[in-house]
Structures are given as structure tokens and as C-alpha cells.
Design a protein around this ligand. Sequence first.
Ligand code: SAM
Length: 243
Amino acid sequence: THFGYRDVPVGDKQKLVGEVFTSVAGKYDLMNDLMSLGVHRVWKHYFVATSSVSRGDRVLDLAGGTGDIAALLRGRVGDSGEIVLGDINGAMLKVGRDRMTDRGNVNGFEYVQCNAEALPFPDASFDLVTIAFGLRNVTDKDAALREMHRVLKIGGQARVLEFSQVTADWFKPIYDFHSFNILPKLGKLFAQDGDSYQYLAESIRKHPAQDALKEMMQAAGFARCDYRNLSGGIVAIHTGYKV
Ligand code: SAM
């Protein structure tokens, strides 16, 4: 659904990523709970609770998927606020919209199928832009960060919640075992789809580490860039401002 926004062509690589998420869309929430033992809910709560956003704000949640972040943002922006949920994948957006309606959230939401690398929004149109567990899947991350910067208003905040590099040496082998052995097996068992979860584990491993991502945000034009590790660096929250 585009709600009057211009359609953006989606490249081949992005189509591939799109297919991975089409195959997991229905089981997505269950798998998140299984893989993280429910901790992803805590990370998401913390991510939204610490974002700088006020009542009445207009917020873009990129790679919004099944809508966890958007639903949490509702409480922060209130009834007068507006939340745009953007995702490249139509199946994820549809699950997101259904979930949102089930949660009683109907007004103040827009669903836009779009590629984070080329956003169909004018400059300076949002107070906050979030992307949770999404940047990792974007092919041209620098382009996505530049686009997040472009669509932010002056003074606006960008926030990235993403898997990162665990900091403690003793924890690394345990974490790798979970990622490359347990995770694909859980995928096979519960979603009949080990390959997609193998892909997810690899994408986590390849994603830039904390300091590298911070530098990418600076290069994209953000000011006052910083990050905070959660759960020993399993995930990190990066923050930047448009000044
Ligand atoms: N933010 C949600 C959450 O935290 O539960 C969903 C995260 S899910 C792991 C990643 C989402 O990124 C998928 O819904 C996928 O369709 C979307 N995605 C992947 N590449 C994208 C791109 N280039 N632009 C926009 N969304 C993208």
C-alpha cells in the first residue's frame, strides 16, 4: 500500500531478502521468542522507552515488519502522533497490519511498502526514524543511513537497534554455537525453514561492529553519534541526530 507515495523499484538482491522474509513472515513472532528466549521484547521496550520522542510527533519505523516497534511507539506519540511503518516486504507489512488491528491500534498508522535505500518521503518529514533488526538486511547500508538522515527534521533523532558483536571473549563460542547450530535447527523444526535462519545467523556475523556502525552514521551526516550495548553486545542501540 502506498498512500499516495511514489512507488520505488526494488532491486534483485533486495528481492532475495524479501523472499527470505516472505517465507518466515507467518512464524516470525514465534521464532523471535524461541531464538532469543523472549529477550527481544525487553530490547524493543528499552529501545522505544529511551528514544527521544514526544506526543504528537511523526515517526518512521523502517523495516517495521510485524509492527512490534510501531505498537510500542504508539504509547509515546499518543493519539495526536503519527506512525509510518515502512517495510520492503508486502507479506511482513500485512502481518504487521493484522497484528496492529488485533492490538486495537487502527488510527494514526500508515503502512508503506518501501526500500530503506530510497525512501518515498520528502526531506525533513519525521521527528524520529527507527530501524530495529532491519539495517543488517539492507544491501547498501550507507544509502539507508543517508536516507534516514534526509527524511529527519532538524533536531530529529535516528535510532538503530541491531545485532552486534558480543564483547566478552568467554561468551563468543557459546553465542556462535547458538547462532550456527541451535538457531538453524529451531528454524527447521518450527518454521520448516533452516536455510532462512542460517541466512539470518550469517547476516548477524557480517554486520558491522559497534564502532564501525557509529562511523557509518557519522559519514551519513549524523551528529552526536553514540551507541549502547545490551546483553553484552548481542545487540546494540546506535543513536544519531540531524543538526
Ligand atoms: N522491526 C521488526 C522487528 O523488530 O521485529 C522487523 C525486523 S525483521 C528481522 C527485518 C525486516 O526488514 C523484514 O520485515 C524485511 O522485510 C525488512 N527489510 C529488509 N530489507 C529491507 C529494505 N531494504 N528496506 C526496508 N525493509 C527491509
